[in-house]
Design a protein around this ligand. Structure first.
Ligand SMILES: CC(C)(COP(=O)(O)OP(=O)(O)OC[C@H]1O[C@@H](n2cnc3c(N)ncnc32)[C@H](O)[C@@H]1OP(=O)(O)O)[C@@H](O)C(=O)NCCC(=O)NCCS
Length: 173
């Protein structure tokens, strides 16, 4: 088990490295442009100032993964829905860290009174789909050719999980 804690500025170089490796070697992030430390720093600050988590998994003083969520869409009707993501360093996968981080995000979202978590997952990402299913997420229909990377179409599936009571009036305002 890794130690999980809220991320701080010192974790940013690790977060940037993990993000850019995923951009370079996979279709999980739909861009070919690496992120910079400045961009990741601004992203983290915005998340944390808005009350959203950025959680890192730490082993032997090294960040081996991170997970976060933020607003799904801007209209206030979506205020109880968050979109999350989890990234594990390539050499730390298949050791339960993705599950540990996603469980922590579910726990945090539940205790914050949120109602739906949703992950936008590349449809061919079998590892992410299986991870989400193992924690009670359902899959939406696949939306074909929603993105383009390196000259190939990418299909998307939303993995979603309801968290709170089903009656709207029982949820936070
Ligand atoms: C998807 C990802 C987060 C999984 O993290 P992980 O730490 O390797 O996964 P875990 O070891 O916690 O595995 C949990 C479950 O996920 C599934 N899983 C994980 N990797 C898998 C793989 N390569 N193939 C099939 N299923 C896989 C399994 O159901 C596994 O449970 P099991 O070990 O009991 O069989 C990781 O592969 C990753 O960071 N990938 C690149 C980024 C990404 O796809 N992020 C998700 C976008 S939201």
């Amino acid at each position: 088990m890794a130690e999980l804690r809220e991320a701080t500025e010192v974790d940013l170089p690790w977060i940037v490295a993990i993000t850019n490796d995923a951009i370079r070697t996979s279709d999980t992030i739909w861009t070919e442009t690496p992120v910079t430390l400045t961009q990741r720093s601004a992203w983290m600050r915005t998340r944390q100032e808005t009350g959203f988590p950025v959680i890192v998994a730490v082993e032997d003083d090294a960040v081996v993964g991170f997970g976060s969520y933020g607003a799904f869409r801007a209209f206030d009707g979506y205020r109880l829905t968050v979109e999350h993501s989890v990234y594990i360093a390539a050499d730390a996968r298949r050791r339960g860290l993705g599950r540990q981080l996603l469980m922590a995000l579910i726990q945090r979202a539940t205790s914050d009174g949120l109602h739906v978590m949703i992950g936008a997952v590349t449809a061919t990402n079998a590892a992410s789909v299986a991870l989400h299913r193992s924690l009670g997420f359902s899959a939406s229909s696949v939306i074909p050719q929603l993105g383009l990377k390196a000259g190939r179409w990418l299909d998307l599936v939303f993995m979603y999980r309801l968290l709170g009571p089903s009656e709207p009036e029982a949820c936070s305002p």
